[in-house]
Design a protein around this ligand. Sequence first.
Ligand SMILES: CC(C)(COP(=O)(O)OP(=O)(O)OC[C@H]1O[C@@H](n2cnc3c(N)ncnc32)[C@H](O)[C@@H]1OP(=O)(O)O)[C@@H](O)C(=O)NCCC(=O)NCCS
Length: 185
Amino acid sequence: MQNLPIIQIEGDLKLREIDPNSELDYFYSIIVANKNFFQSVEFSGADVNSKEQALELLLKGESAKKEGTGARFGLWQGRELLGQFNVFELKKEHRKAQVGYWLSQKYSGKGYASKALSSLVKYAFKDLVLHRLEATTAITNQSSIRLLERIGFRREGLLREAFWTCGKFVDDYLYALLATDKVGI
Ligand SMILES: CC(C)(COP(=O)(O)OP(=O)(O)OC[C@H]1O[C@@H](n2cnc3c(N)ncnc32)[C@H](O)[C@@H]1OP(=O)(O)O)[C@@H](O)C(=O)NCCC(=O)NCCS
C-alpha cells in the first residue's frame, strides 16, 4: 500500500491523506479546538496534548500505510479539514481491520460522518478486499453508536473497561460489519 487514493464523496467533499510535513499545524489546531467536545464523549482525541503527539499520530498513519496495516484519511471539503476517517489494525491474513473516526464539533450533526464512513467502508471492502470491519465506541457515545448502526454495523459485545481515556477506564461496545452484510448507506 504505497499511495492512498483520494476518495471523492460528493461535490468537493473527499477523503485524502493529511500531510504530516505541511498540514501538522492545521491538524493540531483542530484537535485543540475540539478538546472539550472529544472529552464530552470520552474520545481518545481528548488525550492529544501536544503538537508532538499529533505528529506521532500522523506518522503512525504513514508507517501503517507503508506496512499495509492501515489507511488514514482526512475528511476534506475544499481546503477545510472536517475530521478524520481511518482504517487501522489491518490484518491481511484475516482480511479484517478496525475503523475509527471523528468530526469537528462544528461539522457534527449534518450528515458528513455518515457519508464519509460509508465511503470508507466501501473502499475497505472493495479496494482493500477486506471481509470484516470492527469499530469500538464508548457505550455513552450516542452519536457514534447511531452512526455505526445507520451504516449497518452490528453490536457484538461489551468490552468492559477496555480503554484508558480521559483519565479513566471506559467501557466500549464492539461493533462489526461484514462484506456480506447489507451496508445501510
Ligand atoms: C461520532 C461522530 C463522528 C458522529 O457524527 P455525526 O455528526 O453525529 O454523524 P453525521 O455527520 O452522519 O450526522 C448525522 C446526524 O446529523 C443529522 N443531520 C442533520 N442534517 C443532516 C443532513 N443534511 N443529512 C444527514 N444527516 C443530517 C442526522 O439526523 C443525524 O442526527 P442524529 O444522530 O441525531 O440522528 C461525531 O459525533 C464525532 O466526531 N464525535 C467526537 C469524536 C468521536 O466520538 N469519535 C468516535 C469515537 S468511537
